[in-house]
Design a protein around this ligand. Structure first.
Ligand code: SAH
Length: 523
């Protein structure tokens, strides 16, 4: 109409740190963002909700990146929106509670950029709550003050009435106060708060790494130093700070551990999910993608006649088979008569979506004895056919070994070795190394990851290719013997290998290793 700006900015509160405490609207907006401008305090895992091609701009203070001046943040919001982007500005807690969200909204307004606030759960309330502290309590405190401790009491620019707060019975919740603990305690004591006033300091609240220090006003500074309290932390001063009413469940085994999970598939993987369940901050990065091999369609069609079964290890293999058949001028009907074997539940689901029934590897193995007997019996009766194949009926043991039906394996699946079948590998997909992600490279270089986890040899190889050599103090966990060998071949030292391969054993082995090193470091 008038050349007006099509882009828009949403100031979204990310909540206090637990990804479950982002609002529904905040999540919806993330899923449609073109650009996400994010602080250090917003949980990294929230970014998984953004589209894979969204531009992610980290503006928070971090050991790896310079921190952005407020004017620069305002400018990037305005610039991107003017270029037509849907910009989500993801801010820790609530955007308007001690978060400078107001300045960002104002900058947008002045630039004529549409800007909408989406409130979040502020750490000022949620962090005490999750540590079991109700910030008001009918009998103890009917008043609540949320104050910034950024400027020390007495600073000419401070507008906080420390003397008034000291004289009141309000619960005082202090954000950004870790560096000023001693000055703050002194001011409150000088203003008349009793020495024995309970104080709680909650570090990295609402995350698996949460620590809670309980003390009193006179001992606050010394106890905090002894405990090594670090930012971010919320300080609660007042009678309620002694309460522990309904705290959130305790810290998880991988609390505070940042794990790089190299992925060879475009969708989020089970390993990262399992690591997160154990409390890790798991960051997934795609290091390789499956792509169909050039002559795969012809090879598949050539292998189909005479085969009794087809083993599929991954939904990508299902998609590849369907696509290759179509490309070869046919379709899934070419699979008629084959037993389709799904190596994983998500493969069963993928086949089901195509209206194709599948059997499982376990069923295949369980039916192995029967099938073998059937084949041998048929042979003994002189009536051999591939049709008497996998999973077929019963029979009696024959005297001679029979020709066994052929089962096609198109991917990485491991067939039970002792079946009455001949596995024949028909590779359809190959892994193509992805482009390096500069943010991952940067974080690796700065030692931001504690552990790198590889669920396959391709993941290990591609990671070495994209980001090698890895930092010497990065712990490396490999899924099994094959991926450990691939690591070593690629020059990556392996620290953790589970006794048996698998996602759960791998995650558990990482947790065990971390527990052991934490125990060793504690003494
Ligand atoms: N807008 C944010 C606050 C930003 S100021 C909100 O509403 O929560 C940053 C301060 O918030 C930190 O210095 C710390 O005092 C507090 N904070 C934020 N997240 C926290 C967390 N997970 N644990 C403890 N303190 C936190």
């Amino acid at each position: 109409m008038d050349g007006r700006i099509a882009g828009e900015v949403w100031l979204v509160g990310a909540g206090p740190g637990d990804p479950g405490l982002l609002t529904v609207r905040g999540r919806e907006l993330l899923t449609t963002a073109d650009v996400v401008v994010v602080d250090r305090l917003a949980a990294a895992v929230l970014l998984d909700a953004a589209p894979p091609d969204a531009e992610i701009i980290h503006v928070g203070k971090s050991p790896t990146a310079r921190s952005w001046a407020q004017e620069e943040i305002n400018a990037v919001l305005v610039d991107r929106a003017r270029a037509g982007a849907r910009v989500v500005r993801l801010k820790g807690g609530d955007p308007y509670v001690l978060g400078r969200g107001g300045e960002e909204a104002q900058a947008c307004a002045e630039a004529g950029v549409a800007c909408t606030v989406v409130p979040g759960i502020t750490s000022a309330l949620a962090v005490p709550a999750l540590a079991g502290i109700p910030v008001t309590h009918r009998d103890l405190a009917q008043e609540l003050a949320v104050v910034s401790g950024h400027l020390p009491p007495g600073h000419p620019d401070s507008t906080v009435d420390w003397a008034g707060l000291a004289a009141s019975r309000a619960t005082i919740v202090i954000l950004m106060g870790v560096a000023r603990l001693m000055d703050i305690a002194d001011a409150l004591l000088a203003g008349g708060r009793p020495e024995a006033t309970p104080v709680a300091v909650i570090e990295r609240g609402a995350t698996p790494a949460q620590r809670v220090l309980r003390t009193t006003l006179d001992a606050l500074a010394i106890d905090a130093i002894a405990a090594g309290v670090r930012s971010p932390a919320v300080i609660v001063v007042g009678e309620v700070a002694a309460r522990n009413d309904a705290p959130a469940a305790g810290a998880a085994p991988l609390a505070g551990v940042r794990v790089l999970v190299a992925r060879t598939r475009p969708r989020p993987g089970l390993l990262a999910r399992r690591l997160r369940q154990l409390g890790a901050d798991a960051v997934e990065t795609v290091v390789a993608r499956p792509a169909p091999l050039d002559d795969a369609g012809a090879a598949l069609l050539a292998a189909l006649p005479g085969a009794a079964g087809l083993v599929l290890a991954d939904p990508d293999e299902v998609a590849a088979v369907v696509a290759l058949l179509r490309r070869a001028g046919t379709d899934v009907r070419a699979l008629a008569g084959l037993t389709l074997v799904a190596a994983r539940p998500d493969v069963t689901a993928a086949l089901d979506a195509l209206g194709l029934a599948a059997t499982t590897l376990d069923d295949l193995a369980a039916g192995a004895g029967d099938a073998g007997r059937a084949a041998r019996a048929a042979r003994a009766e002189g009536a051999v056919g591939a049709g008497a194949a996998v999973g077929a009926g019963q029979g009696t043991a024959g005297r001679r070994p029979a020709p066994v039906p052929e089962v096609l394996v198109v991917g990485a699946a491991d067939l039970p070795a002792d079946g009455p079948w001949t596995p024949r590998r028909v590779p359809l997909l190959t892994d193509v190394t992805a482009d390096p992600d500069p943010r991952i490279a940067d974080e690796l270089r700065h030692g931001d990851f504690d552990v790198a986890a590889f669920a396959s040899s391709t993941a290990a190889r591609s990671t070495a290719e994209l980001y090698g050599p890895l930092p010497p103090d990065l712990l490396v966990a490999a899924m099994g013997r094959r991926s450990a060998q691939a690591c070593e071949a690629a020059g990556i030292r392996v620290d953790i290998v589970p006794a048996e391969p698998g996602v759960r054993p791998l995650a558990a082995a990482v947790a065990d290793f971390v527990a052991a090193s934490r125990a060793a470091a504690a003494f």
